[in-house]
Design a binder for this molecule. Structure first.
Ligand code: FE2
Length: 297
C-alpha cells in the first residue's frame, strides 16, 4: 500500500473530449480528510437515489445495502463496510485514486478485492460525471457483493478478464460488453416485475427511471453470445437493456470457458446497440425515440 496522501486522479478534458487517466496505487481511505461538502454530496445522492430505487432496484440490492450498514449520515468508512462484506462473502473494498488499467482491475476482482475510488464528485457534478467516483463505486457496485451468487460471478468475471487479456483485444471487447450489459446496466426479472441491479443505473437518477419506464429502450432477455456481440452507449442512456431471470442464471451462463465462444464470435459482425433480432426474447421493443444514429462503441 502506498503511504503518500492519495491523489485525486481525474480524466483530462482535451479538444478530443475526455481522455481517461489510469492509476494503479492502492491507498488508505483518507476518511478524516473528507470535507463537510463531501459528506453532504454523499447524503444528497444517497437519499435521492434510495427514494427513486424503492420499487425499481432489485430487492437483493436494497437489502444488501441496508445489511452493510450504508446510510446517508456520512461517507462510509471502507474498514467498517469490510467487516460486513468479509463476513458475508469474503470480498474486500480497497481504496484507489481513479480508473485502473484493465488487467489491474481484473486481477483485483479475481482475488475478491473491489477497487473503490476514494474521492467523491463535486456538488455541481451531482447528475453526471465522466468517470467513476466514490458514489458510483460504493453505492452502485459494492452492495451486491454481499450476495453470494453475484459475488462469485464478479470473481469469475475477473478471472475471465485476466484470461481474455492474454487472448487478445477482440476477446476483451466481447467480455467488456458482458460487464457493461450485466454489472453496469443489467435488469432482473422479479416476481413483481422488472428491477434494476446494474451499478451504472442505480447510481444515475435519470437512467433509474428511463430504463424501466421509458418506451424508448429495448428490454430483451439475457443471452450471453448475443450480448458479447452488442455495441453500447457511453454518452447517452442505453438503447437496449438485457434482463436476467436470476443471478444463478448469470452464473451458470458464464461458467463455461469463453475461449471457443471468442473464436466463434470473431467471424461474426457486431450488433448495433438498438437493434432487435428475430431470435430475441423481447420484453419491450423500444420506440427508439430520441436515439442518436451514431455513437455506439
Ligand atoms: Fe462501474
Amino acid at each position: 500500500m502506498n503511504t503518500n496522501p492519495p491523489k485525486r486522479v481525474e480524466h483530462q478534458q482535451t479538444d478530443k473530449g475526455y481522455v481517461p487517466v489510469y492509476t494503479t496505487d492502492v491507498v488508505e481511505q483518507p476518511w478524516a480528510g473528507y470535507s463537510a461538502t463531501d459528506h453532504e454530496v454523499w447524503a444528497t445522492l444517497f437519499k435521492r437515489q434510495r427514494e427513486i430505487l424503492l420499487g425499481r432496484a432489485s430487492d437483493a440490492f436494497l437489502l444488501a445495502q441496508d445489511a452493510m450498514g450504508m446510510t446517508p449520515d456520512a461517507i462510509p468508512k471502507f474498514d467498517d463496510l469490510n467487516i460486513a462484506l468479509g463476513a458475508a462473502t469474503g470480498w474486500e473494498i480497497i481504496g484507489v485514486e481513479g480508473l485502473l488499467p484493465e488487467l489491474t482491475f481484473f486481477d483485483h476482482l479475481a482475488n475478491r478485492r473491489f477497487p473503490v475510488t476514494w474521492w467523491i464528485r463535486k456538488p455541481e457534478q451531482l447528475d453526471y460525471l465522466a468517470e467513476p467516483d466514490l458514489f458510483h463505486d460504493l453505492f452502485g457496485h459494492v452492495p451486491l457483493l454481499m450476495n453470494p451468487v453475484f459475488a462469485d460471478y464478479m470473481q469469475c468475471y475477473g478471472r475471465g478478464g485476466v484470461k481474455a487479456h492474454g487472448i487478445g483485444p477482440e476477446a476483451l471487447v466481447n467480455l467488456t460488453r458482458l460487464y457493461w450489459y450485466t454489472v453496469e446496466f443489467g435488469l432482473i426479472k422479479q416476481a413483481d416485475g422488472l428491477r434494476i441491479y446494474g451499478s451504472g443505473i442505480v447510481s444515475s437518477k435519470g437512467e433509474s427511471i428511463h430504463c424501466l419506464e421509458s418506451d424508448a429502450p429495448n428490454r430483451i432477455g439475457f443471452d450471453l453470445e448475443r450480448i458479447m456481440r452488442t455495441r453500447y452507449r457511453i454518452d447517452t442512456y442505453q438503447k437496449t437493456y438485457f434482463v436476467i431471470d436470476s443471478f444463478e442464471q448469470l452464473m451458470q451462463a458464464t461458467a463455461p470457458d469463453f475461449t471457443p465462444i471468442y473464436a466463434r464470435l470473431a467471424s461474426r459482425d457486431s450488433i448495433p446497440a438498438g437493434e432487435v433480432l428475430a431470435t430475441d426474447p423481447v420484453f419491450h421493443r423500444g420506440s427508439g425515440e430520441g436515439w442518436l444514429n451514431d455513437g455506439d462503441v
